[in-house]
Design a protein around this ligand. Sequence first.
Ligand code: M6P
Ligand code: ZN
Length: 186
Amino acid sequence: MINLSKATYDIRSGAITGKDSEIARAQRTISNTLGMYANTEGLDQATLDRLNYRVEVLKVDEIEGGLQFGTSYLYPGTINGEYFMTKGHYHAISNRSEFYLCLKGEGLLVLMDRDRRWWTEKVLPNSLHYIPGDVAHRLINTSDEILTVLACWNSDAGHDYASIEEEGFSVRYFKVDGKPTPVEQG
Ligand code: M6P
Ligand code: ZN
């Protein structure tokens, strides 16, 4: 059981502070996430080395009835016109749900059900998003600043990345004439 008596959360920046042993930090560069972009031809080393996103999560017990709490920082940019995005996932225990709350930046939350029907919610400061079970979710940064999003979810939910890696989302978003433009993938 973890004791969070020293943990703090900065609602402006999203930063979680506390004992290092109680906070998991992970980051993904573009070279770590290449597989999820439509076209990765011609990328130079500087682009491959750029941060795509990083996450901070409190290390709580992953038990039924528990809650996880974390922040995602999604960097701005495009890969051959496609906006930077998170990997996206269903939950391994598929009926588990989640809240997202945007602190800073602007983007889209792409949602997709098991029948591959997709829809989006506009993400902007203070927007609150409820992600029901059985719905895959991915953040897309359409702004020029870091998109910072607080997330809270069932701690036993887990991440099913494989379904997304195999089938992808049924929509991608590209910057066309400066505007987010959906391209359906079927
Ligand atoms: C949010 C939560 C986490 C997730 C993270 C990054 O903080 O949904 O569970 O890990 O975003 O998203 P992804 O795992 O899809 O890369
Ligand atoms: Zn999730």
